[in-house]
Design a protein around this ligand. Structure first.
Ligand code: ADE
Ligand code: ZN
Length: 341
């Protein structure tokens, strides 16, 4: 075992107790099959599954698009403000159980407004659960509105318009959904407007798409973080640029395995990223679909790569330094990590 851990269990306990932030979590991707069934019944929405086991059996994906087809179908059970509250409260309870102290949550309003659910309904339910977790448990959060990149920039602009009354609740904008064929350049103008409104900017890039998409996210969208970023490793000059800028990558190990971005967890490039000096973090992406929340992601990659105590601490530190917390907030969490380690 690396670095003084006597056993896998000892490392698992260290991971469980490590204070951490989660920076890459799609709230709709935390919809567990049990809640999907309950909401389908509550809202009288038909779903093409007979049982929870049936749902889980359908979660065999060969690529990102396979997953997205099921993901958009699954979120169809979310109709009322209470549904979005229940979804978010359930995720936050799981995050707390993993000793997550701060979360930066994506939501996909266009996955709901396209079905006739109002933007206000979606964000009101999510925000109510976030406020409650902060007030009751001190779990802090930021909300990031994602534009669906398979749709047009005009539709992204309309979504940003709908968000204007909620700007006090939204920390940033992101870009997700089908990557290949929908480069960051397609959204240059709407990201410029978001930035002018004072919003942070992030984008999924280099998950399935080429390093050129990561460069576009940096140059054209002027992002503050890269979500995934795996394929940056194919371009040494890009890696240098990312390390020089201390650009945070929100890496999602179990997602990468389930979506065949990596062949298997033993081939995951997380250590290569850390060794290259990249500010990599560990996140769950869509935990209800990919088999685990944040600690399960740390655990899987730590076991596969025999990650050391120092590497685990670096990952947890990166999760705060890469967050949108202010300097004081980051320093407080970093001090907790130092005390723990
Ligand atoms: N939407 C939800 N999860 C996603 C992922 N991993 N990549 C792109 N879009 C997503
Ligand atoms: Zn994602």
């Amino acid at each position: 075992m690396a670095d003084g851990f006597a056993s896998r269990d000892e490392r698992a306990a260290f991971i469980a107790g490590l204070p951490k932030a989660e920076l890459h979590l799609h709230i709709e991707g935390s919809l567990e099959p049990e809640l999907m069934f309950a909401l389908a019944q509550r809202n009288a929405v038909a779903i093409p599954f007979a049982s929870v086991e049936d749902v889980r059996a359908a979660y065999a994906f060969s690529n990102l698009q396979d997953f997205l087809d099921i993901y958009y179908q699954g979120m169809g059970v979310l109709i009322a403000e209470q549904d979005f509250y229940d979804l978010t409260a359930a995720y936050l309870a799981r995050a707390r159980a993993d000793n997550v102290r701060h979360v930066e949550i994506f939501f996909d309003p266009q996955g709901h407004t396209a079905r006739g659910v109002a933007f206000d309904t979606v964000i009101a339910g999510i925000a109510r659960a976030l406020d409650e977790a902060r007030d009751r448990h001190g779990l802090t959060s930021r909300l990031i509105l994602c534009f669906l990149r398979h749709l047009s920039e005009a539709e992204a602009e309309a979504t940003l318009d709908a968000a204007l009354p909620w700007l006090g609740r939204i920390a940033g904008v992101g870009l997700d959904s089908s990557e290949v064929g929908h480069p960051p350049s397609k959204f240059e103008r709407v990201f410029a407007r978001a930035r002018d409104l004072g919003l942070k900017c992030v984008a999924h890039a280099g998950e399935e798409g080429p390093p050129a998409y990561v460069r576009e996210a940096l140059d054209l969208l002027r992002v503050d973080r890269i979500d995934h970023g795996n394929r940056s490793l194919e371009d040494a000059a890009l890696v240098r640029r990312l390390t020089d800028a201390a650009m945070c990558l929100t890496v999602c190990p179990l997602s990468n395995v389930r979506l065949c971005v990596v062949d298997d967890i033993a081939a995951h490039p997380l250590r290569t990223m850390l060794d290259a000096g990249l500010c990599a973090t560990v996140n769950s992406d869509d935990p209800a679909y990919f088999g685990g929340y944040v600690n399960a992601n740390y655990q899987a990659v730590a076991d596969a790569l025999d990650l050391s105590r120092a590497e685990l601490v670096a990952l947890a530190r990166n999760s705060f330094t890469g967050s949108f917390l202010d300097a004081d907030g980051q320093a407080r969490h970093l001090a907790e990590i130092s005390a723990y380690a």
